[in-house]
Design a protein around this ligand. Structure first.
Ligand SMILES: [Zn+2]
Length: 428
């Protein structure tokens, strides 16, 4: 199948045509033609490499009422993604070759994005003994990212062993940095506001202490460490220090931590309850600056669908987490592109190139050039869309952006040359 994209601005540059053939970009140039090709008019649209998410909760197996691999894949495609890493905290937990292969196969069947399973670091996410990391790496799912996300690998000896183990096959441990002894019962960011609202605080130090420990361990072992959902200014400082010393550490920030602050908790609306919690204005500023200067490598959604009964309750009882796949790129536009902190090449780097490199995904995060896999999206940067949770493709509705107008609209997404989204709608 052949597609001819007419007049797209590749990374925001001058308009050009792109010819997609046999899953690859066959040509990029002026006034291209191809007989029998499907023509896509991309006048005014920016072409970017397909987004890669390092942190998606697809909930299957176990909580198919909240999301499935298929519904989450569709939400991802609509957000411009061509690959997502599916987190391991499913039921059963993805801590064996069997479970990661099951998730991988479900992703292949849905065929909307490449679903890349993340393997658990410890059996059952219990933080007691290592899971079968090598068997998951050798499985059909070829797992390279390991995480107990939702839980911290709190035991330093176990974290060291995990780093030593994954080093053998160029894997990476993605840490949910949260010292559990400092966050018992925590409900929101710890500070004046949590005291006033009467909610137990989640101190920045609980995140920063684990990141500091882990970068030292990564340096000692000589292994790759990735830090999930960095949320504080202090964490950015520690990462900057570690990178300056040559530690093999990478980090991600979520769209919601780039846009929203702890002030959202004033409403007591549990849609804003998330782990790590929304922080202060100063933290948001530091996270944007850290992403802009490359201290933070990637935007990752932490897309966390929850069924209504788990989310629409009192704040203290509600599960933490929020949707993110369908609005991620719009939030990057709002918080980094429009304020002039990041250009289109920078957006491609932080949302596709670097996350693909961290996950060791050879077919993603590639330049939009002849011979490369045709994984890309077309974005209308001039559009403005008011977020309607009822219109989302996710099976859940817990979007923190409900009713908010955001810039940008993904018009089309192509996975290996095949459209998964056209005219802003899912193709299948
Ligand atoms: Zn987490």
């Amino acid at each position: 199948m052949t597609t001819l994209i007419k007049g797209a601005r590749v990374l925001g540059g001058e308009p050009a045509d792109l010819l997609l053939q046999d899953g690859r970009i066959a040509a990029v140039g002026d006034r291209l033609s191809a007989t029998g090709a499907t023509v896509v008019d991309a006048d005014g649209l920016v072409a970017l490499p397909g987004l890669v998410d390092l942190h998606t909760h697809l909930r299957e197996p176990g909580r198919e009422d909240a999301e499935t691999v298929e519904t989450g894949s569709r939400a991802a495609a609509l957000g411009g993604f061509t690959a997502v890493h599916a987190m391991a905290n499913t039921d059963p937990v993805a801590d064996t070759a069997g479970v990661v292969e099951q998730v991988w196969r479900l992703g292949q069947e849905a065929g909307l994005v490449d679903v890349v399973p993340v393997g658990a670091v410890t059996v059952g996410l219990r933080g007691e003994r290592l899971a079968e990391l090598g068997a998951m790496a050798d499985s059909a799912a070829r797992v390279r990212v390991f995480s107990d996300d939702g839980h911290c690998v709190a035991d330093p000896a176990l974290m060291r062993r995990a780093l030593e183990y994954v080093k053998a096959f160029d894997g990476v441990v993605a840490q949910h940095a949260e010292e559990p002894r400092l966050t018992a019962g925590a409900q929101m960011n710890e500070g004046d506001r949590s005291a006033r609202l009467g909610l137990t605080g989640w101190p920045a130090a609980a995140e920063e202490a684990v990141i500091a420990r882990d970068v030292l361990l990564a340096q000692h072992v000589g292994a790759r460490l990735h830090v999930c959902h960095v949320s504080t200014a202090g964490s950015v400082e520690i990462l900057r220090w570690a990178k300056s010393r040559g530690v093999q550490v990478t980090a991600e920030v979520t769209p919601h931590h780039l846009l929203l602050t702890e002030a959202c908790a004033e409403s007591y609306d549990p849609v804003f309850k998330v782990n790590p919690p929304l922080r202060t204005d100063e933290d948001v500023h530091a996270l944007r600056a850290g992403l802009a200067d490359g201290t933070i490598d990637a935007v990752a959604t932490d897309h966390a669908p929850h069924a209504v009964e788990d989310k629409e309750s009192e704040w203290a009882q509600a599960r933490p987490g929020m949707l993110g796949l369908e609005q991620a790129l719009s939030v990057v536009l709002e918080t980094l592109v429009e304020p002039g902190l990041l250009d289109w090449a920078g957006v491609a780097d932080r949302t596709s190139v670097r996350p693909a490199a961290i996950g060791r995904l050879a077919g993603h995060g590639r330049p939009l050039a002849p011979g490369e896999p045709a994984n890309l999206l077309l974005l209308d940067p001039a559009a403005r869309v008011t977020v309607d949770p009822a219109a989302l493709a996710s099976r859940s509705r817990n979007s923190p952006y409900a009713g908010r107008e955001l810039p940008g609209r993904v018009v089309a997404t192509f996975l290996r040359g095949e459209a998964t989204v056209l005219d802003g709608k899912a193709v299948k």
